[in-house]
Each structure stands twice: as structure tokens, then as C-alpha cells.
Design a binder for this molecule. Structure first.
Ligand code: PRP
Ligand code: URA
Length: 222
């Protein structure tokens, strides 16, 4: 029997954790490993991102859609309703844009540049550029790491100021921790948070532990 550490079993309304399959755990093992090359880190992160995007899309509304197949029979299916857009929290969130584009070809993507202070972990908002009609869209908010929740919280405030209702925000995230989840879901109880893994918590530098270090630095090799 192979044993491995799974995500914390944390339940909260609006929180969705990807199924802890051996495939997913194998990918997390690679990206957590300090000895993993940048190439492999990017490859494995992109595979997890794809799974997060596919799961996120399950939380969009659908309507009935019946089609005729080449056999002449009908099939009662669904089609998606409503418009979407992506919003990445720069810089690390930009790594998730391609995964979203792979599933939604011409999706509009907005950007919010937030950087957290390396000493204090406090976030600063520098810039945002969002689709004009964002208030009528479902927003896939992209950021791989949810640590204290300061950066994501600031980004969600920006979206709300632009008129995006909380229940139209789907936050896609690779690694979260209880502190960040509590912070976000307490302030914004109607959002959906889709994560691949919940770690045990923050260390004394406000990094996720065991985590994977600085996602942006490892993905972009800086
Ligand atoms: C990282 C990460 C999140 C934030 C998480 O970004 O991508 O945005 O930290 O931490 P928090 O939950 O405590 O706010 P960072 O500001 O390090 O910038 P980067 O994207 O350039 O790496
Ligand atoms: N940002 C990261 O990239 N990693 C952490 O653990 C916390 C914030």
C-alpha cells in the first residue's frame, strides 16, 4: 500500500478541492521538490492548472441543449450560459492564463498587479486593466498561491468595485492553507474557491508549508 500526504480535509461552503488521485499527487510531488528543474516545474504546474480550469468551468450555469447525432437520434445535452473572462493576479497568476485559453479559446483576460511585501507579507495594488463589461461576466480569478489571503482579498475588492457580484467569481488556485481560506471565505462568502491542495498552514515567514517556495520565481526562473 503506497502512502502519501493528501490535502487537508477542509470543508466550507464554496470550497472545492480537486480529487486527490495518485496522478494529481504525483504532479504535486514534482512541483514541491526543491530539485525539480524549471522545465519540469512548468510542465507539471501546467497540467494541474488545466485540471483546475476544467473544474472551475463546472461551476458555470448551463442550459438544456438538444442535438441530433449522425445516427439521426437526438441527445439531450447542455450548453454554457453567460459570458466569462479571466483575471490574473500578476505576476504568478499569469502562469494560469494559457490553461484557461486552452479551454476557452478567445477568452478575455484582465490583469491586476498586486505584490506582497517580502518582509511584512502585506499586499500593494499597483495596476489593473479589466474588460469594460466585466460586471456582466463570470470571472475566473487566477493565482496559484493562497497564503495569508491578502493579495486575493485585495483583487476581489477590485472586482467588486467594478460591479462583479461575488457569486460570479471563481477563484482558481494550486495551493491554499487554512489561514488564507478563512480570510477569503469569511470576507467573501459567496465566491467559489477551487483549489488542488490545502497545506497545513503558514510558516513564520508567511510562506505556505510545506508549500513549494515562491511559485513566481520557480515558474519564471527569477
Ligand atoms: C504571491 C502569490 C500570491 C501571493 C500570496 O505573489 O502569487 O499573489 O503571493 O500570498 P498572500 O496570500 O499572503 O497575499 P507575490 O506577491 O509573491 O508576487 P509574484 O506573483 O510576483 O511572485
Ligand atoms: N507566495 C508564494 O509564491 N509562495 C508562498 O508560499 C506564499 C506566497
Amino acid at each position: 500500500m503506497v502512502s502519501f500526504t493528501e490535502s487537508l480535509d477542509y470543508t466550507a461552503p464554496g470550497l472545492i478541492i480537486l480529487p486527490q488521485t495518485p496522478q494529481l499527487i504525483g504532479l504535486y510531488t514534482k512541483i514541491r521538490d526543491i530539485n525539480t528543474s524549471r522545465n519540469e516545474f512548468v510542465f507539471c504546474s501546467n497540467r494541474i492548472i488545466r485540471l483546475l480550469v476544467e473544474e472551475g468551468l463546472n461551476h458555470l450555469p448551463t442550459k438544456e441543449h438538444t442535438v441530433t447525432t449522425p445516427t439521426g437520434e437526438t441527445y439531450n445535452g447542455v450548453s454554457f450560459e453567460g459570458k466569462i473572462c479571466g483575471v490574473s493576479i500578476m505576476r504568478a497568476g499569469e502562469s494560469m492564463e494559457m490553461g484557461l485559453r486552452d479551454c476557452c479559446r478567445s477568452v478575455r483576460i484582465g490583469k491586476i498587479l498586486i505584490q506582497r511585501n517580502e518582509e511584512t507579507a502585506q499586499p500593494t495594488l499597483y495596476y489593473d486593466k479589466l474588460p469594460e463589461d466585466i460586471s456582466i461576466r463570470y470571472v475566473m480569478l487566477l493565482d496559484p498561491m493562497l497564503a495569508t489571503g491578502g493579495s486575493a482579498g485585495m483583487a476581489i475588492e477590485v472586482l467588486k468595485e467594478r460591479g462583479v457580484p461575488e457569486d460570479r467569481i471563481i477563484f482558481l488556485n494550486l495551493i491554499a492553507c487554512p489561514e488564507g481560506i478563512q480570510c477569503i471565505l469569511k470576507k467573501f462568502p459567496s465566491i467559489k474557491l477551487v483549489t488542488g491542495f490545502i497545506d497545513k498552514g503558514l510558516n513564520d515567514k508567511n510562506y505556505i508549508a510545506p508549500g513549494l517556495g515562491d511559485f513566481g520565481d520557480r515558474y519564471y526562473s527569477t
